[in-house]
Design a binder for this molecule. Structure first.
Ligand SMILES: *Cc1c(COP(=O)(O)O)cnc(C)c1O
Length: 417
């Protein structure tokens, strides 16, 4: 099984090479060259870790990682995947029961274990470099800290993530350095890209990209959409979306033959993708701050993969739709959901709002984070405190360390030297 770049100018590579590289040399993102044919009967009645290992096996055919897949999936997915039935035509796929209480734990832990197993010909020190709009950094930091010895540098937009998200970046000791950037998520992402392109950095480190452009993050996400689809009848998914990695994974599961009727992308006030669905023009915007901060992305990099799968927007529109949700609608939805005994985070609220606007049919709302991570937004709306899961409360009691830099690569180099 080979992977090709969305920009078609790099040579096809096997999965472990695509994972090692992150971005393809031509600047594109890796996508499967051919899609395997999946035998659904083989996948019935399995727990998620076994299901994922079997579903992903053809994606690692002839790859050194293939033989490790059962072990990687067992160790990576050692927490529950919950599908909550709300009514006959509505379920919630809760993806936030991992160590950092967001869906990013699936991809980050799978990536960490793949990275640990990949033998790398380059000799210099490995370093994970990651930009985060909120939850990626925490999941990557926790995953590499608990599963590997590889050091991590996390860049986040100073003052633009929740206190509890920040805690999840800054408590890990010397293996994980947290860098607060005076700027936006797009600045953080740009600095990371510059480092990857810098000959100096390449000389000093073997950089590992842990952002959602990395193939190792998308594959397990595709697996949970496939798993959830088999567990519910005739489902469409509503996916809270920012950098559109999770939505890409849902479209990949759909493409693999898991008859998913529709993938609906719920965005916040960052409307680049909904605008594309409206007028067919790809016109990235500056990101704006919203209550669903992990989705504050003005230039969603994974869209390149969606575009590669559906070069024709009409075909995309047969399989998917996209909507934008305002902060006011997020607040209202958190309140109405709570009154129905369903406490949700601001990201999940975008999807629940979109569901309230859609016609009947079986909808699966994807719940991307635990509400306790966003207590400063939620508690004033519902007038009571949100219970904190044990893993998160343990973290909150640890001391934080971070360094602040200006929004430049030179600033980062200064902080690390
Ligand atoms: C990262 C994140 C999103 C957005 O996911 P993408 O794959 O970037 O579209 C949504 N909700 C939460 C809680 C997140 O952490």
């Amino acid at each position: 099984m080979k992977y090709v770049s969305t920009r078609s100018k790099s040579k096809p590579v096997i999965a472990s090479e695509a994972i090692r590289q992150g971005l393809a040399p031509d600047g594109g993102l890796y996508v499967p060259e051919k899609w395997p044919v999946i035998d659904l009967d083989q996948l019935k009645d399995l727990e998620f870790p076994q299901f994922a290992a079997r579903l992903l096996a053809p994606f690692f055919a002839d790859d050194p990682l293939e033989k490790f897949l059962p072990e990687i999936c067992r160790r990576a997915f050692d927490f529950p995947l919950v599908i909550k039935k709300m009514s006959d035509d509505h379920s919630i796929l809760e993806l936030f029961h991992g160590p950092t209480c967001a869906f990013k734990d699936f991809g980050a832990r799978f990536l960490a274990l793949c990275t640990e197993k990949i033998e790398d010909p380059r000799k210099n020190e490995r370093l994970v470099l990651v930009a985060t709009s909120g939850d990626t950094g925490g999941a990557v930091a926790a995953a590499f800290k608990s599963l590997t010895k590889i050091p991590v540098v996390v860049l986040y937009p100073k003052g633009r993530i929740s206190q509890r998200q920040e805690k999840q970046l800054t408590v890990w000791g010397s293996q994980v350095r947290a860098i607060a950037v005076e700027g936006t998520f797009d600045d953080c992402q740009r600095i990371v890209k510059e480092a990857f392109l810098s000959p100096n950095w390449q000389k000093k480190h073997q950089l590992i990209s842990a952002n959602s452009i990395n193939l190792a993050r998308l594959l397990p996400q595709m697996a949970y959409f496939a798993f959830a689809r088999l567990k519910s009848k005739d489902a469409s998914f509503i996916v809270p979306s920012g950098n559109v990695g999770n939505a890409t994974a849902a479209l990949w599961a759909q493409h693999l033959g898991f008859s998913i009727r529709q993938v609906v992308l719920a965005h916040n006030a960052n409307k680049t993708v909904p605008n594309y669905f409206n007028d067919g023009k790809w016109d990235p915007q500056k990101s704006v701050d919203t209550l669903a901060n992990a989705m504050d992305v003005g230039n969603p990099s994974n869209f390149e993969r969606i575009h590669h799968l559906f070069p024709d927007i009409q075909l995309l529109k047969e399989r998917a739709a996209a909507f934008s949700v305002s902060d006011e609608q997020i607040r209202e939805t958190i309140k109405t959901s709570f009154s129905k005994q369903n406490l949700i985070c601001p990201h999940t609220a975008t999807a629940e709002f979109v569901r309230s606007q859609l016609s009947a049919g079986h909808w699966v709302t994807v719940a991307t984070a635990h509400p306790a991570k966003f207590e400063t937004i939620i508690e004033p709306l519902i007038g009571q405190t949100v219970e904190v899961p044990k893993g998160l409360s343990d973290l909150l009691s640890q001391p934080s360390v971070s360094i602040t830099i200006g929004p430049t690569l030179a600033g980062l180099e200064g902080a690390l030297s």
